[in-house]
Design a protein around this ligand. Sequence first.
Ligand code: GLU
Length: 443
Amino acid sequence: MKTRFAPSPTGYLHIGNIRTALLCFLYARKENGQFILRIDDTDEERSKEEYAQALQEDLAWLGMQPDQVYRQSERLSLYAQAVETLKKEGRLYPCFETAEELEMKRKLQLGRGQPPIYDRAALALTEADIQTKLASGQTPHWRFKLNNSTIAWQDEVRGAVKFEAGHMSDPILIRENGAYTYMLPSTVDDIEMQISHVLRGEDHVSNTAIQIQLFEALGATPPTFAHNALIQSKEGKLSKRKGAAKVRELREMNIAPLAVSSFLATLGSSNPVDLAASIDDLISQFNISHFSRSATQYSLEELMRLNTKWLHQADFNSIKPMLPVEQHSIDEDFWLAVRPNITALCELSDWWTICKEAITPDIDPEDRDFLISAEALLPTTLNDQTWQTWTSALKEQSGRKGKPLFMPLRRAMTGQDHGPELADMLPLIGRERITQRLLGNRA
Ligand code: GLU
């Protein structure tokens, strides 16, 4: 069992393509198979090394280590061999129409109410015609001649899929400038790498129909196909161009990789969207038949919800590398005290300020005397028992209990109505600041 993720390095990975990667990864790991990363970089103009690097970093960040990495630009001789095979079989033919001519034909067909399918005019060219065109400096593009048949497969997500080859244009495999379109290298590599399961977005369904004929023309049995439904944002389809959430943006937002993978592994499936305990858990839960073909919505809020859940149980070592430089002195005690009260890591800085920098206490004039006696009763050394002993003594002395006892203390000590357990906050804020704040001084 072997899957492959085959991104084109023409932009940063977004939530849609990384989901395809994740499904390929989980499927392979579940079946004890291999997960291949293949960088589809035959488009020299649009492919950039920066993106090829970035996508590998993004995969690593999410904990998806590929078993092997290939680049199509290093495999051109394999594609050239396949071209020879197809030519020999009479399945690849040169065409000389310009883009304008093709556009004209298309408009005419549409005007006549016909589907805009390539009319195969180039098939009528004789060898002499071709030689004349070549001699006059024209360069051809090359089309794959589809067999007129019904192309059918059992898709692991979409069920039975059927296409009539007679209703499709013969696809261009090689452009005039000699560059390969996506179609042929992808098929050649899937054959050569012995990919058993091609899992990709549903935008490739009609390519699959064509590629099934290519597999057969190249003497190979097509793999199993699964086309996952695309994720949509509220504005519609996600695409690189439309500024969909990029993986690196999520990383910059300090979202935990496990929250991202838990979210993407369950989105569009019958499994509830929830935080998994680990990536291994996602692997064991994975089942391709749980995925549905209906479109799913990407929601940052839902992702944040999983991230908050992750934060609430994260140990100090896992969040330490995420802390910005100015918060490097945050320690485990602080983290454990504040953890239940934050929904995003950026909120840490507010509590850090409250513990380590001067704030103005929030004191109701009616509570002033109560707070002065609280100050007098505050034990000299603060530890995890202090809160208990201090508030018991204070309760007895003042006769206050419940909210009237605790709220003035909280407001004076933190300037806030809500927050982490005061028992934990006491030692974090420190005696000096607490004393000053209880007395109503900025400290
Ligand atoms: N390079 C193609 C893409 O990024 C790969 C599609 C496939 O998985 O075959 O859409």
